[in-house]
Ligand binder design. Sequence first.
Ligand code: HPA
Length: 276
Amino acid sequence: MTQTELLFKDPLAAAEQAAQEIATKTGVTHHDVALVMGSGWISAVDALGVPAFECNAEEFTGFFPPAVEGHSGKVRSYEIDSDGKKLRALVFLGRTHLYEGKGIEPVVHSVRTAVKAGCKVIILTNACGGINTSYSVGQPVLIRDHISLTAVSPLSGATFVDLTDLYSKRIREIVKREDSSLQEGVYVHWRGPTYETPAEILMMRTMGADLVGMSTVPEAIAAHALGAEVLGISLVTNAAAGVTGEKLNHEEVIAAGKAAADRMGALLKGVIPKLL
Ligand code: HPA
């Protein structure tokens, strides 16, 4: 069986295999926390210092090369030493999205691999459109809850997983103590690759949504189902369709991410040691 066949036939076995390969290549048997860096977030990770290890994700079982500009497709391992507490962070620079059409398994493979590598906390970052008109471009927002408009779950079978505390309240409180200006919001998962229409954004706002993006939700569900705690942070890179009347484009999403990278990096660096 090829590695790709394994990913679709037995995704947890593929994740286990990738985790073992990561342990062998990094020489670290156990990682504590994982970060998935979305569009525009890549340079935020520089705040964590010099990585102890880096390679292309596709060197590990079940990983595909990146399909999106702003997603580098690298895996890094960082040693984080804070006040004598030593942690290992596994960082995925980029992710696979549902809109790539590869199916759900590649979308959640990073987080499953991270949990199999020992991670108890998964930090999911993304770029998103701001539906809530009080948000500004460049503002980070903690995901409090989500609405899945794709209706695609990474789970199948009779696995009735509770999602009441999917975006861990414990972790959100810690992050808000680190930066009391942070707001929380409800994130809508939109399949893409088209951005939404103004009418769809109006529908989402009416449903109680604050943020819209094309990622994070399946990963959060897959991580939670395996017992990890999830933190989701969205960076508002543009006002959602119809809010300002401006057209949306990927370049502005990347540029807003780069402009906010220092703040996002400092936030991640400050908060990670407090989560475990
Ligand atoms: N919609 C969906 N996904 C996004 C957006 C948006 O406005 N901005 C960044 N990712």
